[in-house]
Ligand binder design. Sequence first.
Ligand SMILES: Nc1ncnc2c1ncn2[C@@H]1O[C@H](COP(=O)(O)OP(=O)(O)OP(=O)(O)O)[C@@H](O)[C@H]1O
Ligand SMILES: [Mg+2]
Length: 401
Amino acid sequence: MRLLEDIVEKKRRKSVFKDRDAISIHFVPERLPFRERQLREILEEVSELALDKKANNLFLYGKIGTGKTAVAKKVLRELREFAEKNRLRISGKYINCKNYNTKYKVICRVAEEFYPSKRFFGFSSSYVFEKILDFLNKNGTKLVVVLDEIDKVKDVDDLLYKLTRANSDVEKGGIYVIGVSNNLLFKNRLNMQTKSSLCEREFVFPPYNAHELEKILLERVGLGFREGVVGGDVIRYISALAAQESGDARRALILLQKTGEVAEESSLHEITIDVVKNAKERMEVELISSMIATLPKQHKLVLYSISMLNIKGSGIKGISGEKRVLTSGEIYDYYRNLAKELSLNVVSLRQFKEYLNELNLYNLIETRASGAGFRGTTTLTSIAFNAFQIKEILDKEFFDF
Ligand SMILES: Nc1ncnc2c1ncn2[C@@H]1O[C@H](COP(=O)(O)OP(=O)(O)OP(=O)(O)O)[C@@H](O)[C@H]1O
Ligand SMILES: [Mg+2]
């Protein structure tokens, strides 16, 4: 055996993972437990196209991580396979509107499906659309287009009007839309006409409960981890956490993935609940770091001041114990000294209060107005994350620690 091959093989054998990809959030597994009904009903609709009939436009909605994207992709996969096998002129296209967020961008993307060697960007919208209709007419092609995160499209009424009108402008073929959104208010934003054409049939994706998440994770563990690495207690623990927080399968999977990575780094062959706790803490640090990284410098100074005052035990004890409740006056004093020490601009008290407001909006702190009588009226502030973790992140920036 070659040396490199030998090394890779040894590492592979030591790894907790059997197939890392299977744990990734982008992987669409063959089976989607607790979504069989939605999958079946959507396929029932789409099957009309295979029988040369018209199908309804569909709208899938539900909170984040409830399997909408996974189901929509699975529908397209089945549709493509079926069409290919039976030589049907049906094609499926997945578009994530986060990246294609205008009518024009979506239409160009659809046109590229039919004319793969052409680039349409730069041509007028009506020209591009005519080309799509030409193709449908000439070939009798039926296109099923999934518009994922459809709420991100700025001129969504125009887009839907154009796409759904296509069916009356062509003799053969047609366009069928499957809209997907986690924004529960999105539908109300549509005008009556587009609303009724998009939502001919609706599918609701409810959050998963702990038991469902457990089953979903169990299947993914079977695909992604070596046997015996992840025990039932660990799966139950992660599922309970995710169910408690939101019922979001993505969050549960990310924690599972992170747990595997932590175990691997520490050369463990078995995963315990302590490893999960460790991974969860790291995830939170990463989350806070990414939130803090985007803050302007003055906001960071204010946040740093709040963390330091917490660590010093200033202010008064909060309800939950270790987090302190601080007045804006004491934070401002600390902030002012800190800014001077670092030779940075000191902003006015008024501006400073604006920063507190913004940090509150970013959920990094919680603020509320004190009732009269508590040292006059003031804003009471408490930190939303672990003060030591925030200090550690910001020390690097301000003091080069
Ligand atoms: N029933 C299920 N079985 C197996 N895996 C699932 C199931 N539901 C969701 N997942 C997995 O959980 C993750 C999140 O699901 P998905 O991306 O489909 O959520 P979503 O509803 O589209 O969320 P969002 O609104 O945030 O886009 C994906 O990695 C997906 O594979
Ligand atoms: Mg999605």
